[in-house]
Design a binder for this molecule. Sequence first.
Ligand code: CU
Ligand code: ZN
Length: 180
Amino acid sequence: MKTIIFTLTLACVFLSMQITAQDNHMMRQVPAVKRAIAVITPTKGNTVRGTVTFEQTEKGVRVVASLTGLKHGKHGFHIHEFGDISSEDGSSAGGHFNPMGMPHSMPTSKKRHAGDMGNIEADENGNAHLDYIDPIMKLDGDHSIIGHAVIVHEKEDDFKTQPTGNAGPRAGYGVIGIAK
Ligand code: CU
Ligand code: ZN
């Protein structure tokens, strides 16, 4: 008899633990991120400013960048690993965001850093616009870009030099946050 009661008690404890675990799991579920934004400010000695928005679509994440204050020409444009823009030169943002251990490449490559957005080109007035759909980057899950940083470089990304694209110093930066 004692054995039966003991077994039943154990079963009850086990069951309640399972229910608690399930409740915790359900409470942790958050709605999917549909939109994100990085507000770009200049590193020391530079003047670039603007916004980069990320929006989930059926084909991938639509990236729309609108920047001012750039030098005329192409500028390497990446998501870097750390959302830490505390350094004056942008070095605290680390290297390219690369959760899948891929080589550096262009945004149209299958094998590339998740953060490789290619180049953004500024006109004679220093204004730059970019609008494309990225099939690799994610707004949710283990490889989410949320909390990482957008970096705008002074020079053009050559899509060859590993692992940076040889895009030179960092002209501007912004942390990617969840948007409405
Ligand atoms: Cu970069
Ligand atoms: Zn890269």
